[in-house]
Design a protein around this ligand. Structure first.
Ligand code: GDP
Ligand code: MG
Length: 691
C-alpha cells in the first residue's frame, strides 16, 4: 500500500506537463568529490553518472527512479501467445531497464554508458567544456524493476577556489544553486561527507543545518569508510556524539577511482561493501544499519513519512489541480462538435452580443485598471477630439496686417465708414475649413477603437478554438468598418462644409457689432496710461466716450498734417517720401499695409477680431457636438446594428462551413492532455483519500 502510494504520487510527476504537485525529492549536498554522484549511482544500482575528481557534476540532475514491476510474459506478449510455453520467457525482456531524458523526448536509452555520455554532452552544451556551471537542470527518468520509486537530485559539489573558466564567485553561485534545491520545504537533504575528512568541516552538513536546523529532513551519509586509517572508525558519529542528526548517519562504501577505471561492477562493489561492514570489527554488530541498501531503505521510509505528513496538503493540491483541469476542459468545449452551421451561428451571435455589450459598457470583464470599450471611445470624443478642436486658434493664421488689408480691399473704390460683414465672412470661412482635419482624425481614432474591441473579443479562448472562423470574422468586420468609414468621413466633412458655406451672422450667440465696439473701446481705454490731475495728483475721472479717445495702444495718434495731406490711405504705408508723393509714381506691384494704424483702423481690426473669435467659438461648439454624433450614427451604431447581418451574410451562406469550424490543433491536443490529467488526478485523489 505504501509503496503503491509513492508509486501513484510519482506517476503524477510523470504526467505530460511536468509536475502538477510538488512532491518530496531527495537532494544531495556536499563538498566536491565527497562522493555524491557515487552514492546516487549506488542507490540506482546502475553505472551512469559522470564521476571522478574535479568538478564533474556541473548542472543539477533531476533523477526520477520509477519502479517498474516486472511484467508477466502474457502481458508482454499479449493474448496471442497465451497458449505457448511460458517457462522460458520469464527472465527475458520483462526486467528491462532504461532511461529517458526530458530534452530528448521519445528516446529510450537502454545503454547506461550512453546515458552518461548524454549527461556529459548536455552539460557541456549549457556550460562549456571548461568547468563552468549552470543552474538549468537535466531531467532524467530511470525505469527499472530494481529501484525504489524515488526522485533524486544530484547537484554540483561545494567548492571554494575557481578553476578553468569558472567565475570568481563560483563558490557563491554553487551555494545559491544548491540552496535553491534544498530549501524547498519538500526536499529531503542527503548531506554527504567523506569519512576521511573531519565531520566538523563538512560543507554539506553546514549548509543542511542552515536550511534545516532541526534536522527534520536531513540524513547524513558518510562515504569513503574504506579509506579511513586502520583503527579509526565513525562509531562516534553514528551514535550522534559528534553532530547529532535526527535521522542519523549511514556509512557507505562506493567505488574508488581505481574501481571506476577498472570498470568494477556495482554488483561487485555492493558485495564488497556488504562484506566490508560485516567483517569490520567496528561495524560488524550493526552491519544491517550500514551500506547502500540500508540507505535506500531508510530514504524510502523517510520519503514515505514525509508524504504522509504532507498528505493533507497534497490532497488539496490534487483537488485544486483537478478542478483547474476540469474547468479548462469545459472552456475548451466538448470534444463532440455540433453541426458546422450551428457552430458558426452561435459563434457569430456570441461575438455580436459581446461587441454590443462592450460598446455599452456592459462587458463581463469590466476592468478597474484601464478604460475599455465604449469608455475609450468616449475618451476619444470628449478628451482627444474636444481638446483638438478647442486648440484651433483662428489668430494663428490671421494677422492684424491681413485684416487691415482686407478692410481696405473690401471697401473697394469707396472708402468704408464702418466695419462690413464681407471682410468678417471672408476671414471666418477660411478658418472654418481648418476643422476638417481634426474631424477626420476623430473618425479614424474611433475606427481604431472599434478594431481594438474586435481584437479584444477575438482574443478570448472560445474564439481561439476555430482559427479559420476567427480570421474570417476579423476580415469581414474590418472590411465592413472600412466601408462604413466612407459615409462617416463624408458626413463630418459635410458638417464642416456646411459651416463654411453659410456664415450665420444672425446667430443668437454671436456678439453684436455694437457690443463688440463697446468692448473694444473699453479695452483700448483701459490700456491707455492713466492721466493725473496736475492739481490734485489723482487720476482724472474718465469722462470721455470711447469714440473720443485718441490714444489706442497699437498705433500712435496721427498728426493733423497727416489728416490734411494723407487722405484715405495715409496710414497704410509706412514710408511717406514726399518727393515720391509729389512725383505721383504708379503704385508698386504689391501693395501691403506697413504703416502704423490709425485709431480707427485699430478699432476696426479689433472689432473684426472679436467677432471672428465669437463666431469661431460657436462653430467650435457646434462641431465638437455634432461630429461625435455623426460618428456614432454612421460608424458605431451602424456597426452595432448591422454587423450581425453582415457576418451572417458573408459566413453563413458559405459552402466552406466545414473548413471554418476546423478545430485548432492546440485545442484538440490540449483537450486530450486535460482529459488524461483529469483521469490521473481522479485516480490519485481516490488513492490519497483511501490512505
Ligand atoms: P562528487 O563530486 O561528490 O559527485 O563525487 P564523485 O561521486 O564524483 O566521487 C569523487 C571521487 O571519489 C571518485 O573518484 C570516486 O570514485 C571516489 N569515491 C567516492 N566514494 C568513494 C568511497 O566510498 N570509497 C572510495 N574509495 N572512493 C570513493
Ligand atoms: Mg558529482
Amino acid at each position: 500500500m505504501d509503496q503503491n502510494l509513492i508509486n501513484t504520487v510519482n506517476r503524477l510527476q510523470v504526467g505530460p506537463n511536468a509536475n502538477p504537485i510538488d512532491l518530496p525529492q531527495i537532494t544531495v549536498v556536499g563538498s566536491q568529490s565527497s562522493g555524491k554522484s557515487s552514492v546516487l549511482e549506488n542507490i540506482v544500482g546502475r553505472d551512469f553518472l559522470p564521476r571522478g575528481s574535479g568538478i564533474v557534476t556541473r548542472r543539477p540532475l533531476v533523477l526520477q527512479l520509477i519502479n517498474r514491476r516486472p511484467t508477466k510474459p502474457t502481458e508482454v506478449n499479449g493474448s496471442a501467445k497465451e497458449g505457448e510455453d511460458k517457462g522460458e520467457q520469464t527472465n527475458e525482456t520483462n526486467d528491462e531497464e532504461w532511461g529517458e531524458f526530458l530534452h530528448v523526448p521519445g528516446k529510450k536509452y537502454y545503454d547506461f554508458n550512453e546515458i552518461r555520455q548524454e549527461i556529459v554532452n548536455e552539460t557541456d552544451l549549457k556550460t562549456g567544456k571548461n568547468s563552468g556551471i549552470s543552474a538549468v537542470p537535466i531531467n532524467l527518468r530511470i525505469y527499472s524493476p530494481h529501484v525504489l520509486t524515488l526522485t533524486l537530485v544530484d547537484l554540483p559539489g561545494l567548492t571554494k577556489v575557481p578553476v578553468g573558466d569558472q567565475p570568481k564567485d563560483i563558490e557563491k553561485q554553487i551555494k545559491e544553486m544548491v540552496l535553491k534545491f534544498i530549501s524547498k520545504p519538500n526536499a529531503i537533504i542527503l548531506a554527504v561527507t567523506a569519512a576521511n575528512q573531519d565531520l566538523a568541516n563538512s560543507d554539506g552538513l553546514k549548509l543542511a543545518r542552515e536550511i534545516d536546523p532541526e534536522g527534520n529532513r536531513t540524513v547524513g551519509v558518510l562515504t569513503k569508510i574504506d579509506l579511513m586509517d586502520e583503527g579509526t572508525d565513525v562509531l562516534d558519529i553514528l551514535s550522534g556524539k559528534v553532530i547529532p542528526l535526527r535521522f542519523g548517519y549511514v556509512p557507505v562504501i562506493n567505488r574508488g577511482q581505481k574501481d571506476v577505471t577498472s570498470n568494477k561492477s556495482i554488483k561487485a562493489a555492493l558485495e564488497f561493501e556488504k562484506d566490508f561492514f560485516e567483517k569490520h570489527p567496528s561495524y560488524r554488530s550493526k552491519a544491517q544499519y550500514c551500506g547502500t541498501p540500508y540507505l535506500a531503505k531508510r530514504l524510502n521510509g523517510i520519503l514515505m513519512n514525509h508524504i504522509k505528513t504532507a498528505l493533507p496538503d497534497i490532497k488539496t493540491k490534487i483537488e485544486n489541480t483537478l478542478k483547474k483541469y476540469q474547468n479548462e476542459l469545459i472552456n475548451l468545449g466538448p470534444a463532440e462538435l455540433g453541426s458546422p452551421s450551428n457552430i458558426v451561428l452561435s459563434t457569430i451571435t456570441e461575438f455580436c452580443n459581446e461587441y454590443r455589450s462592450i460598446l455599452d459598457g456592459k462587458g463581463q470583464d469590466l476592468s478597474s485598471n484601464e478604460l475599455s470599450g465604449g469608455a475609450r471611445i468616449s475618451f476619444v470624443f470628449h478628451e482627444i477630439f474636444y481638446n483638438g478642436v478647442k486648440a484651433l486658434d483662428p489668430f494663428d493664421q490671421i494677422k492684424d496686417v491681413d485684416i487691415r488689408t482686407i478692410l481696405y480691399n473690401s471697401s473697394g473704390q469707396t472708402p468704408a465708414l464702418f466695419v462690413g460683414t464681407a471682410p468678417f465672412e471672408f476671414l471666418v470661412k477660411k478658418q472654418i475649413h481648418r476643422f476638417e482635419d481634426p474631424c477626420l482624425r476623430c473618425v479614424s481614432l474611433a475606427y481604431d477603437e472599434l478594431v481594438r474591441i474586435l481584437n479584444q473579443i477575438l482574443s478570448k479562448p472560445q474564439f481561439n478554438r476555430y482559427p479559420n472562423l476567427k480570421d474570417k470574422i476579423s476580415n469581414v468586420f474590418i472590411s465592413f468598418l472600412r466601408k462604413a468609414q466612407e459615409p462617416t468621413n463624408k458626413l463630418v466633412s459635410d458638417i464642416v462644409a456646411m459651416e463654411e458655406s453659410y456664415i450665420n451672422t444672425a446667430h443668437p450667440d454671436l456678439l453684436k457689432g455694437q457690443q463688440a465696439m463697446a468692448i473694444v473701446s473699453e479695452r483700448l481705454q483701459l490700456s491707455k496710461p492713466v492721466q493725473l490731475d496736475p492739481k490734485t495728483g489723482k487720476p482724472l475721472p474718465n469722462q470721455q466716450s470711447a469714440s473720443q479717445q485718441s490714444t489706442p495702444t497699437t498705433s500712435t495718434i496721427s498728426t493733423k498734417s497727416d489728416d490734411v495731406f494723407g487722405g484715405f490711405f495715409s496710414n497704410f504705408f509706412a514710408s511717406k517720401n514726399k518727393k515720391r508723393l509729389a512725383a505721383m509714381e504708379p503704385p508698386p506691384s504689391v501693395l501691403r499695409a506697413s504703416g502704423q494704424m490709425t485709431e480707427r483702423e485699430t478699432m476696426e481690426t479689433e472689432v473684426i477680431k472679436l467677432l471672428i473669435q465669437s463666431y469661431f467659438s460657436i462653430v467650435q461648439r457646434t462641431i465638437a457636438d455634432l461630429v461625435p454624433k455623426s460618428i456614432t450614427l454612421n460608424l458605431i451604431n451602424y456597426s452595432k446594428e448591422e454587423i450581425q447581418r453582415e457576418l451572417l451574410e458573408q459566413l453563413y451562406r458559405q459552402d466552406g462551413l466545414d473548413e471554418l469550424v476546423k478545430e485548432n490543433d492546440f485545442t484538440v491536443q490540449r483537450r486530450k492532455e486535460c482529459q488524461k490529467m483529469v483521469e490521473a488526478l481522479k485516480k490519485a485523489s481516490e488513492i490519497v483519500t483511501s490512505v
